[in-house]
Design a protein around this ligand. Sequence first.
Ligand code: GDP
Length: 609
Amino acid sequence: MSTQSQQPKLRQPIVVVLGHVDHGKTSLLDKIRSTAVAAKEAGGITQHIGASIVPADVIEKLAEPLRKLIPIKLSIPGLLFIDTPGHELFSNLRKRGGSVADFAILVVDVTKGFQNQTYESLDLLRSRKVPFLVAANKIDRIPGWTSYPDEPFIISYERQSEEAKRNLEEVIYGKIVLSLSEQGFSADLFTRIKDFTKTVAVVPVSAKTGEGIPDLLAVLAGLTQQYLKKRLQYAEGPAKGSILEVKEIPGLGTVVDAIIYDGVIKEGDTIVLNGKNGPIITTVRSLLMPAPLSDMRAKGVKFVSVPEVQAAAGVRIAASGLDDALAGSSLYVATSPDEAKEIAEKLRGEVKELIFKGDNVGVIVKADTLGTLEALLEALRRLNVPVKSADVGNVSKNDVLEASLTAKADKSLGVILAFNVKVLPEAEQEAARSGVKIFSDNIIYHLLDQYTEWRERLKEEEINAQLNQLVRPGKFMILPGFVFRRSDPVIVGIEVLGGVVRPGYPLISSKGREVGRVLAIKDNDKSLDVVRTGARVAISIEGKVMVGRQIDEGDIVYTDVPVDHAIKLLTDFRKFISDDEVIVLKEIAELKKKLGQKEYVVVLNRLGS
Ligand code: GDP
């Protein structure tokens, strides 16, 4: 017996593509597929539901020119690529404590470097413990680069000018490797890596010209078969999978598109999966796959029914009772009614962990699938946002009522975050009535951004409202020649020399005399609520004060900051007041101390003098 035949049979690693919008995820997947299709004498590609398999023969043929650097003898039967890139579908590849995806390609546009969704992808990969490589895409746009379509990167690189090579290195190391290292990952150009378990591989590619695609496939295949051997061992037993999508198909009813990562699923098998109203136990009526050679992009894709499907695979499952099925749910084949019940209980527990009543005061989260719900909850946890309740489904009136209760305790948390779900009309009406904010989007990152921006604005408004209760430090000069009225009220032209002046503020002269209160501030005919350093405006001052007596042209006047206001400004609001306000406050405190108001010593101490 040869040693080869004793080796356990491996399945195809399941590969996902993630990255920032427009960095070339879709183009890269298209290029991988078209490159493989072109190698049809080696087997082309096999189209699955929601996935494509590039067989080992094709990878070996494409990587032939790389033999010297990457000696490839593949023991995996190929690579299974999930066809739709991005967070949302990846989120639905859930598996307890991890992901059904075995490996990820993080696409980074070399002309842009890491952007928001790149970081978000990295967070997702980290939290689901999925190993990855970086495809440094769009190398055809590197200054001075000469394209050699479909060539391996290694060969194309050798033919480049010194300048183009330098420009490439600059973006690889200056952008990508640097950003990864800031995120705690050591990374390097794949040709220079000695230990792939410690270093993230960066593979330069162009999804436009096809350069680097052979290297990318070779590195993917090499890394997965070497380091994920245990994970990829194929078990002959009942299938395990994950529901990618739930769809309504005319003539078939509700079907589920699943990725099978282990075992076999057959027509007539009992399957268990999660539904909106608890676990579903049903029988496979038919398993559907795209008909061979059918063009997936053409209209009216033909499907064929197959008796069984082996991992790794993407398959459409038709069965009764799938109406409530939840995308992102696990799917298991059960071999007996008892086992089916056991699995159902396990699945119920998994969902309970996600769909929950959590913190007393927190936001309400609604999402379209278990996967996106989980991803949203993880992201909110990272942002330290408490969650009151989380569930799959549309936003209902009840959700809004619950949020409006929370808003009474904390306005910033009395909101609903809705991912890719509808807001029901009664919910909309209730929200309009009670003023509850509903944030709704179909990109997780945009949804969170909308919410956090709003929350920041709210915080700012609250701080401003509190600040408005205090007299802030301000200093101005009465401009000589600009006395419009000497008393009752005084009206003079001033220039603000520091800090803030607002209507209502009490004033003291630089000699320490109380000189009334600001009545109004005007710039020509416009009334102003606040003026800052540099402003030249007219103000009216009410109180027992007369120009020529307590104050005069050319005098310096301060706002009369009470000692408790001064301390509050320096403790609670130091971050929100400007440095020039602090300087003016010091002058005021020194003036007060000179006048014998000893309590201002505390203020001076706080100011460090
Ligand atoms: P996705 O949003 O990440 O899926 O990005 P797409 O695949 O839709 O690509 C975004 C844009 O970048 C499209 O206009 C593509 O034609 C272009 N693009 C993608 N890959 C490359 C590449 O390697 N080189 C160049 N020059 N353009 C590319």
